[in-house]
Design a protein. Structure first.
Ligand SMILES: Cc1cc2nc3c(=O)[nH]c(=O)nc-3n(C[C@H](O)[C@H](O)[C@H](O)COP(=O)(O)OP(=O)(O)OC[C@H]3O[C@@H](n4cnc5c(N)ncnc54)[C@H](O)[C@@H]3O)c2cc1C
Length: 307
Protein backbone atom coordinates (compact mmCIF):
# COMPACT_ATOMS: atom_id res chain seq x y z
CA UNK A 1 0.00 0.00 0.00
CA UNK A 2 1.27 3.45 -0.77
CA UNK A 3 0.78 6.60 1.35
CA UNK A 4 -2.20 7.81 -0.69
CA UNK A 5 -3.98 4.49 -0.20
CA UNK A 6 -3.23 4.50 3.52
CA UNK A 7 -4.56 8.06 3.88
CA UNK A 8 -7.73 7.20 1.92
CA UNK A 9 -8.34 4.19 4.13
CA UNK A 10 -7.82 6.27 7.27
CA UNK A 11 -10.41 8.75 6.02
CA UNK A 12 -12.93 6.10 4.95
CA UNK A 13 -12.71 4.27 8.26
CA UNK A 14 -12.73 7.41 10.44
CA UNK A 15 -9.23 6.62 11.70
CA UNK A 16 -10.23 3.11 12.76
CA UNK A 17 -7.43 1.42 10.88
CA UNK A 18 -4.14 0.42 12.45
CA UNK A 19 -0.99 -0.12 10.47
CA UNK A 20 1.70 -2.76 11.06
CA UNK A 21 -0.36 -4.65 13.64
CA UNK A 22 1.24 -7.79 15.21
CA UNK A 23 -0.82 -10.84 14.28
CA UNK A 24 0.46 -12.90 17.21
CA UNK A 25 -1.98 -10.87 19.33
CA UNK A 26 -4.90 -12.01 17.20
CA UNK A 27 -4.25 -15.73 16.74
CA UNK A 28 -4.75 -18.52 19.26
CA UNK A 29 -1.31 -19.90 18.29
CA UNK A 30 0.11 -16.57 19.48
CA UNK A 31 2.52 -16.47 16.56
CA UNK A 32 2.72 -14.43 13.36
CA UNK A 33 4.33 -11.27 12.05
CA UNK A 34 2.57 -7.94 11.42
CA UNK A 35 -0.28 -7.34 9.03
CA UNK A 36 0.14 -4.22 6.91
CA UNK A 37 -3.22 -2.89 8.15
CA UNK A 38 -5.90 -4.10 10.55
CA UNK A 39 -9.42 -2.69 10.49
CA UNK A 40 -12.36 -3.33 12.81
CA UNK A 41 -15.46 -2.98 10.64
CA UNK A 42 -18.51 -2.02 12.73
CA UNK A 43 -21.27 -1.52 10.18
CA UNK A 44 -22.26 -2.91 6.80
CA UNK A 45 -22.30 0.41 4.91
CA UNK A 46 -18.67 1.26 5.68
CA UNK A 47 -17.67 -2.36 5.09
CA UNK A 48 -19.17 -2.29 1.59
CA UNK A 49 -17.39 0.99 0.75
CA UNK A 50 -14.03 -0.20 2.01
CA UNK A 51 -14.27 -3.56 0.22
CA UNK A 52 -15.15 -1.76 -3.01
CA UNK A 53 -12.13 0.53 -2.60
CA UNK A 54 -9.75 -2.33 -1.78
CA UNK A 55 -10.98 -4.31 -4.80
CA UNK A 56 -10.65 -1.34 -7.16
CA UNK A 57 -7.15 -0.55 -5.93
CA UNK A 58 -6.09 -4.21 -6.04
CA UNK A 59 -5.13 -4.17 -2.36
CA UNK A 60 -5.24 -7.71 -0.93
CA UNK A 61 -7.61 -8.20 1.98
CA UNK A 62 -8.89 -10.98 4.17
CA UNK A 63 -11.25 -11.46 7.07
CA UNK A 64 -10.12 -12.63 10.44
CA UNK A 65 -12.31 -14.28 13.04
CA UNK A 66 -10.69 -15.32 16.29
CA UNK A 67 -7.62 -16.58 14.44
CA UNK A 68 -8.19 -20.03 15.94
CA UNK A 69 -7.64 -21.97 12.73
CA UNK A 70 -4.80 -19.88 11.36
CA UNK A 71 -1.06 -20.05 11.22
CA UNK A 72 0.32 -16.64 10.25
CA UNK A 73 3.89 -16.74 8.99
CA UNK A 74 6.63 -14.81 10.79
CA UNK A 75 7.09 -12.12 8.11
CA UNK A 76 3.46 -11.08 8.33
CA UNK A 77 0.73 -10.35 5.81
CA UNK A 78 0.46 -7.77 3.01
CA UNK A 79 -2.76 -5.80 2.69
CA UNK A 80 -5.67 -5.41 5.08
CA UNK A 81 -7.14 -7.88 7.59
CA UNK A 82 -10.71 -7.09 8.58
CA UNK A 83 -12.34 -7.92 11.91
CA UNK A 84 -16.15 -7.87 12.07
CA UNK A 85 -17.41 -6.10 15.20
CA UNK A 86 -20.39 -3.97 16.33
CA UNK A 87 -23.53 -4.65 14.28
CA UNK A 88 -21.54 -7.22 12.27
CA UNK A 89 -21.17 -9.31 15.43
CA UNK A 90 -24.72 -9.04 16.77
CA UNK A 91 -27.08 -11.95 17.49
CA UNK A 92 -30.82 -11.59 16.85
CA UNK A 93 -33.91 -13.75 16.80
CA UNK A 94 -35.17 -14.58 13.30
CA UNK A 95 -38.67 -14.00 11.91
CA UNK A 96 -39.69 -17.43 13.18
CA UNK A 97 -38.97 -18.53 16.70
CA UNK A 98 -36.74 -21.38 15.58
CA UNK A 99 -34.34 -19.09 13.67
CA UNK A 100 -31.33 -17.10 14.82
CA UNK A 101 -29.32 -14.56 12.81
CA UNK A 102 -25.73 -14.18 13.99
CA UNK A 103 -23.22 -11.66 12.67
CA UNK A 104 -20.09 -13.13 11.06
CA UNK A 105 -17.94 -11.59 13.80
CA UNK A 106 -20.02 -12.90 16.73
CA UNK A 107 -17.94 -15.10 19.02
CA UNK A 108 -19.26 -18.69 19.07
CA UNK A 109 -19.26 -18.34 22.88
CA UNK A 110 -21.88 -15.54 22.57
CA UNK A 111 -24.00 -17.71 20.29
CA UNK A 112 -23.72 -20.58 22.80
CA UNK A 113 -24.91 -18.26 25.60
CA UNK A 114 -27.79 -17.02 23.43
CA UNK A 115 -28.91 -20.63 22.74
CA UNK A 116 -28.46 -21.65 26.37
CA UNK A 117 -30.50 -18.75 27.75
CA UNK A 118 -33.38 -19.32 25.33
CA UNK A 119 -33.27 -23.12 25.46
CA UNK A 120 -32.63 -23.41 21.70
CA UNK A 121 -30.92 -26.63 20.71
CA UNK A 122 -28.88 -27.88 17.73
CA UNK A 123 -25.53 -26.08 17.93
CA UNK A 124 -24.29 -27.40 21.28
CA UNK A 125 -21.47 -29.37 19.59
CA UNK A 126 -19.77 -26.01 18.88
CA UNK A 127 -19.33 -25.31 22.61
CA UNK A 128 -15.64 -24.86 23.35
CA UNK A 129 -14.60 -24.08 19.76
CA UNK A 130 -12.84 -20.74 20.25
CA UNK A 131 -13.87 -19.13 16.92
CA UNK A 132 -16.42 -16.74 15.51
CA UNK A 133 -19.62 -17.54 13.64
CA UNK A 134 -18.08 -16.45 10.30
CA UNK A 135 -14.97 -18.55 10.92
CA UNK A 136 -17.08 -21.58 11.86
CA UNK A 137 -19.11 -21.25 8.66
CA UNK A 138 -16.06 -20.65 6.42
CA UNK A 139 -14.41 -23.73 7.96
CA UNK A 140 -17.62 -25.77 8.19
CA UNK A 141 -16.55 -26.40 11.79
CA UNK A 142 -17.57 -29.71 13.25
CA UNK A 143 -17.25 -31.93 16.26
CA UNK A 144 -18.80 -35.03 17.77
CA UNK A 145 -20.13 -36.17 14.38
CA UNK A 146 -21.91 -32.91 13.54
CA UNK A 147 -21.03 -30.01 11.23
CA UNK A 148 -22.24 -26.42 11.30
CA UNK A 149 -23.63 -26.59 7.75
CA UNK A 150 -26.36 -28.98 8.98
CA UNK A 151 -27.98 -26.05 10.81
CA UNK A 152 -27.58 -23.29 8.20
CA UNK A 153 -30.66 -21.83 6.54
CA UNK A 154 -29.07 -18.85 4.76
CA UNK A 155 -25.92 -16.75 4.59
CA UNK A 156 -25.36 -13.10 3.78
CA UNK A 157 -22.07 -12.16 2.11
CA UNK A 158 -20.31 -9.08 0.86
CA UNK A 159 -18.80 -9.78 -2.55
CA UNK A 160 -15.39 -8.42 -3.61
CA UNK A 161 -17.00 -5.44 -5.39
CA UNK A 162 -18.75 -4.49 -2.14
CA UNK A 163 -22.19 -5.85 -3.14
CA UNK A 164 -24.20 -7.65 -0.42
CA UNK A 165 -25.95 -10.91 -1.37
CA UNK A 166 -28.00 -13.54 0.40
CA UNK A 167 -27.80 -17.25 -0.43
CA UNK A 168 -30.13 -20.01 0.75
CA UNK A 169 -29.00 -23.37 1.95
CA UNK A 170 -29.68 -24.99 -1.44
CA UNK A 171 -27.30 -22.53 -3.16
CA UNK A 172 -24.39 -23.28 -0.82
CA UNK A 173 -21.79 -26.02 -1.10
CA UNK A 174 -20.03 -27.37 1.95
CA UNK A 175 -17.55 -30.19 2.34
CA UNK A 176 -15.33 -31.43 5.17
CA UNK A 177 -14.02 -28.28 6.91
CA UNK A 178 -14.85 -26.10 3.95
CA UNK A 179 -17.47 -23.74 2.55
CA UNK A 180 -16.89 -23.51 -1.20
CA UNK A 181 -16.95 -19.81 -2.03
CA UNK A 182 -15.25 -17.29 -4.24
CA UNK A 183 -12.04 -15.69 -2.96
CA UNK A 184 -12.71 -12.38 -1.19
CA UNK A 185 -16.26 -13.13 0.00
CA UNK A 186 -17.04 -12.09 3.55
CA UNK A 187 -19.77 -13.82 5.54
CA UNK A 188 -21.56 -10.99 7.31
CA UNK A 189 -24.63 -12.79 8.68
CA UNK A 190 -25.64 -16.38 9.26
CA UNK A 191 -29.14 -17.74 9.76
CA UNK A 192 -29.40 -21.05 11.63
CA UNK A 193 -32.44 -23.14 12.44
CA UNK A 194 -32.72 -24.55 15.93
CA UNK A 195 -35.01 -26.82 17.93
CA UNK A 196 -36.97 -25.78 20.97
CA UNK A 197 -35.65 -27.37 24.17
CA UNK A 198 -35.08 -26.06 27.70
CA UNK A 199 -32.16 -23.96 28.98
CA UNK A 200 -31.25 -26.84 31.32
CA UNK A 201 -31.15 -29.44 28.53
CA UNK A 202 -29.05 -27.19 26.27
CA UNK A 203 -26.71 -26.36 29.12
CA UNK A 204 -26.28 -30.02 30.03
CA UNK A 205 -25.41 -31.01 26.45
CA UNK A 206 -22.84 -28.21 26.18
CA UNK A 207 -21.27 -29.19 29.50
CA UNK A 208 -20.92 -32.78 28.30
CA UNK A 209 -19.11 -31.67 25.13
CA UNK A 210 -16.89 -29.26 27.08
CA UNK A 211 -15.95 -31.99 29.54
CA UNK A 212 -14.89 -34.33 26.71
CA UNK A 213 -12.81 -31.54 25.14
CA UNK A 214 -11.00 -30.90 28.44
CA UNK A 215 -10.24 -34.59 28.80
CA UNK A 216 -8.96 -35.11 25.25
CA UNK A 217 -7.41 -31.81 24.11
CA UNK A 218 -4.31 -29.93 25.35
CA UNK A 219 -6.25 -26.75 26.14
CA UNK A 220 -3.51 -25.52 28.47
CA UNK A 221 -1.25 -24.68 25.48
CA UNK A 222 -1.76 -22.21 22.60
CA UNK A 223 -2.80 -24.07 19.43
CA UNK A 224 -5.10 -23.87 16.43
CA UNK A 225 -6.92 -27.11 17.18
CA UNK A 226 -6.48 -30.10 14.88
CA UNK A 227 -3.67 -29.42 12.41
CA UNK A 228 -4.54 -32.10 9.82
CA UNK A 229 -7.81 -33.27 8.35
CA UNK A 230 -8.86 -36.82 9.10
CA UNK A 231 -8.21 -38.92 5.99
CA UNK A 232 -11.34 -39.72 3.98
CA UNK A 233 -13.18 -42.94 4.80
CA UNK A 234 -15.43 -44.24 7.51
CA UNK A 235 -14.03 -43.40 10.98
CA UNK A 236 -14.51 -47.04 12.05
CA UNK A 237 -12.16 -48.37 9.35
CA UNK A 238 -9.79 -45.41 8.83
CA UNK A 239 -7.82 -44.09 11.79
CA UNK A 240 -8.07 -40.33 12.35
CA UNK A 241 -5.07 -38.07 11.76
CA UNK A 242 -4.25 -38.10 15.49
CA UNK A 243 -4.03 -41.92 15.62
CA UNK A 244 -1.81 -41.98 12.50
CA UNK A 245 0.59 -39.42 13.98
CA UNK A 246 0.67 -41.41 17.21
CA UNK A 247 1.32 -44.66 15.26
CA UNK A 248 4.24 -42.96 13.53
CA UNK A 249 5.74 -42.43 17.00
CA UNK A 250 5.60 -38.64 16.81
CA UNK A 251 3.88 -37.75 20.10
CA UNK A 252 6.06 -35.30 22.01
CA UNK A 253 8.25 -34.54 18.95
CA UNK A 254 9.60 -30.97 19.15
CA UNK A 255 11.08 -28.41 16.79
CA UNK A 256 12.03 -25.17 18.52
CA UNK A 257 9.00 -24.10 20.56
CA UNK A 258 6.55 -26.30 18.63
CA UNK A 259 5.57 -29.72 19.93
CA UNK A 260 3.27 -32.57 18.89
CA UNK A 261 0.96 -32.79 21.89
CA UNK A 262 1.31 -35.83 24.15
CA UNK A 263 -2.43 -35.61 24.89
CA UNK A 264 -3.76 -35.38 21.30
CA UNK A 265 -1.27 -36.05 18.51
CA UNK A 266 -3.20 -34.00 15.92
CA UNK A 267 -2.55 -30.86 17.98
CA UNK A 268 0.81 -29.17 17.41
CA UNK A 269 1.06 -26.80 20.35
CA UNK A 270 3.09 -23.70 21.04
CA UNK A 271 5.15 -25.04 23.91
CA UNK A 272 6.56 -21.56 24.62
CA UNK A 273 8.24 -19.14 22.25
CA UNK A 274 7.37 -21.04 19.05
CA UNK A 275 7.66 -19.26 15.72
CA UNK A 276 5.46 -19.97 12.73
CA UNK A 277 8.57 -21.45 11.07
CA UNK A 278 8.92 -23.98 13.96
CA UNK A 279 5.28 -25.04 13.57
CA UNK A 280 5.55 -25.30 9.77
CA UNK A 281 8.73 -27.39 10.02
CA UNK A 282 7.09 -29.74 12.50
CA UNK A 283 4.03 -30.01 10.23
CA UNK A 284 6.31 -30.96 7.32
CA UNK A 285 8.10 -33.54 9.44
CA UNK A 286 4.79 -35.09 10.57
CA UNK A 287 3.52 -35.31 6.98
CA UNK A 288 6.79 -36.82 5.80
CA UNK A 289 6.95 -39.46 8.55
CA UNK A 290 3.27 -40.46 8.30
CA UNK A 291 3.66 -40.84 4.52
CA UNK A 292 6.94 -42.78 4.88
CA UNK A 293 5.75 -45.12 7.63
CA UNK A 294 2.05 -45.53 6.87
CA UNK A 295 1.70 -44.46 3.23
CA UNK A 296 -0.97 -41.84 4.00
CA UNK A 297 -0.90 -38.21 2.87
CA UNK A 298 -2.13 -35.87 5.57
CA UNK A 299 -3.76 -32.68 4.38
CA UNK A 300 -3.57 -29.58 6.62
CA UNK A 301 -6.82 -28.39 8.18
CA UNK A 302 -5.36 -25.16 9.50
CA UNK A 303 -4.97 -22.29 7.05
CA UNK A 304 -1.54 -20.80 6.55
CA UNK A 305 -1.35 -17.08 5.75
CA UNK A 306 1.39 -14.59 5.07
CA UNK A 307 4.96 -14.65 3.88
C1 LIG B 1 -8.53 -25.52 21.20
C2 LIG B 1 -9.16 -25.54 19.85
C3 LIG B 1 -10.15 -26.47 19.58
C4 LIG B 1 -10.74 -26.50 18.30
N1 LIG B 1 -11.71 -27.43 18.06
C5 LIG B 1 -12.30 -27.47 16.85
C6 LIG B 1 -13.33 -28.44 16.57
O1 LIG B 1 -13.71 -29.23 17.41
N2 LIG B 1 -13.86 -28.45 15.32
C7 LIG B 1 -13.47 -27.57 14.35
O2 LIG B 1 -14.02 -27.62 13.24
N3 LIG B 1 -12.51 -26.65 14.60
C8 LIG B 1 -11.92 -26.57 15.80
N4 LIG B 1 -10.94 -25.65 16.05
C9 LIG B 1 -10.48 -24.76 14.96
C10 LIG B 1 -11.20 -23.40 14.90
O3 LIG B 1 -11.56 -22.96 16.19
C11 LIG B 1 -12.44 -23.44 14.02
O4 LIG B 1 -12.12 -23.77 12.68
C12 LIG B 1 -13.17 -22.09 14.03
O5 LIG B 1 -14.42 -22.24 13.44
C13 LIG B 1 -12.40 -20.99 13.30
O6 LIG B 1 -13.05 -19.77 13.57
P1 LIG B 1 -12.23 -18.40 13.66
O7 LIG B 1 -13.22 -17.32 13.85
O8 LIG B 1 -11.15 -18.48 14.66
O9 LIG B 1 -11.63 -18.34 12.19
P2 LIG B 1 -10.18 -17.84 11.76
O10 LIG B 1 -9.16 -18.81 12.26
O11 LIG B 1 -9.99 -16.41 12.12
O12 LIG B 1 -10.28 -17.97 10.19
C14 LIG B 1 -10.33 -19.25 9.58
C15 LIG B 1 -10.70 -19.06 8.10
O13 LIG B 1 -12.03 -18.58 8.01
C16 LIG B 1 -12.07 -17.36 7.29
N5 LIG B 1 -13.11 -16.51 7.89
C17 LIG B 1 -13.22 -16.12 9.17
N6 LIG B 1 -14.30 -15.32 9.33
C18 LIG B 1 -14.87 -15.22 8.11
C19 LIG B 1 -16.00 -14.51 7.59
N7 LIG B 1 -16.78 -13.75 8.36
N8 LIG B 1 -16.28 -14.61 6.26
C20 LIG B 1 -15.51 -15.38 5.43
N9 LIG B 1 -14.44 -16.06 5.85
C21 LIG B 1 -14.11 -15.98 7.18
C22 LIG B 1 -10.69 -16.74 7.46
O14 LIG B 1 -10.42 -15.83 6.41
C23 LIG B 1 -9.82 -18.00 7.40
O15 LIG B 1 -9.61 -18.41 6.08
C24 LIG B 1 -10.33 -25.59 17.31
C25 LIG B 1 -9.34 -24.64 17.60
C26 LIG B 1 -8.75 -24.61 18.86
C27 LIG B 1 -7.69 -23.59 19.15
Amino acid sequence: MDIRQKETLEQMTGGGIRFHYPMHRLTTYQVGGPVEALWEARDLETLKKVIRYLSLEGIPYGVLGRGSNLLVKDNGIDGVMILLKGSLAAIKEGAEESLVWAGGGAPLADLMNWCRQRGMSGLEFLAGIPGTVGGAVAMNAGAFGQEVNERIKALQFVLPGGTPVERNRSELKFSYRRLHMEEGRLVTNVCCFLDRATPEAVSEKMSGFLKTRKQTQPLEYPSAGSVFKNPPGAPASTPGAGRLIEKAGLKGKKIGGAMVSEKHANFIVNNGGATAADILMLMDLVRFEVKRMLGIDLEPEIRVLGK
